[in-house]
Ligand binder design. Structure first.
Ligand SMILES: [Fe+2]
Ligand SMILES: [Fe+2]
Length: 280
């Protein structure tokens, strides 16, 4: 979707300020970006994937710690990337690496500010991964990654606008439309556009950049992936993990009824557990 500011004369100065701020932000973890650039389900040799981790001992140790956590329930100790790749498989490793890299990136901001965005991202990722299971064509791990990164524009705005965006995140709005209008008024650009730009700047694959940019578009989806991430974002709001405080939020529309019905209590528990696993 092409971003069209409603009031260009107000937007120009503020937008420029944000764009400069985005360029000054620390880059996203490059090992994670290299893994994202590999097509999902490709036949990379384990040696190639192992090589991606060389030179990034921080991420490697985080990955091994996570792989040995109770969440994965492996009896034997996983002490090398080769072993982790063998037992978890490429797609789960990729999802885990992007989860770890995103959570590390968010840690540069105050936990109380980013925690709701983080919980929303994890809930959206898990729901999108599950919804992918209804189609033979879609990859669950690709949809998980798209869900996890779809609102990174809010992190970009937080980094570029600082305290002003922090207080925006603590505000309450009537609905999504009102929040977007206020966002544009205050910052000259909305988080979906920032998400598209930031993920491009960081070298994310085109598909993830476009999903970050389009996740609030409500009709005329370009792809099934667009629709799933959009729906998963709304369902995450409905489950109690909203990206913002909205007075009339989280009511999935008619097209989402079958999907919201399957978000039952046991599913809620699973999402809460996963959020706690990577708690910020
Ligand atoms: Fe959003
Ligand atoms: Fe969202």
């Amino acid at each position: 979707m092409i971003y069209a500011p409603t009031s260009p004369e107000i937007v120009s100065g503020k937008t420029e300020h944000i764009l400069k701020g985005l360029n000054r932000l620390p880059p996203f973890n490059q090992t994670a970006v290299r893994l994202l650039a590999r097509p999902f389900g490709d036949e990379d040799s384990i040696g190639d994937l192992e090589a991606s981790f060389r030179g990034d001992p921080g991420l490697t140790s985080q990955l091994l710690t996570a792989a040995n956590s109770v969440a994965f329930g492996f009896r034997s100790q996983i002490s090398t990337i080769r072993h982790a790749l063998a037992v978890l498989g490429r797609n789960r490793i990729r999802s885990l690496v992007v989860t770890l890299a995103t959570s590390s990136y968010m840690r540069q901001f105050p936990a109380e500010v980013v925690r709701p965005i983080w919980s929303h991202a994890i809930a959206t990722a898990l729901i999108a991964e599950d919804l992918a299971g209804y189609s033979d064509r879609l990859s669950g791990s690709a949809l998980y990654t798209a869900g996890l990164t779809h609102d990174l524009g809010r992190i970009g705005l937080l980094g570029a606008a600082g305290r002003k965006y922090e207080s925006f995140l603590f505000d309450e709005f009537e609905d999504r439309d009102e929040s977007e209008l206020r966002e544009e008024e205050m910052f000259g650009v909305i988080h979906t556009v920032v998400g598209g730009l930031l993920t491009q700047l960081w070298g994310f694959p085109e598909s993830l950049c476009s999903l970050a940019e389009n996740h609030h578009v409500e009709t005329g989806f370009d792809t099934e992936e667009d629709q799933i991430v959009h729906n998963a974002c709304i369902l995450a709001d409905a489950m109690g993990y909203p990206e913002l405080r909205l007075r009339t939020a989280g009511e999935p529309g008619a097209g989402l009824q079958w999907q919201s019905a399957y978000v039952d209590d046991s599913y809620r528990e699973e999402v809460a557990l996963r959020i706690r696993e990577f708690l910020l």
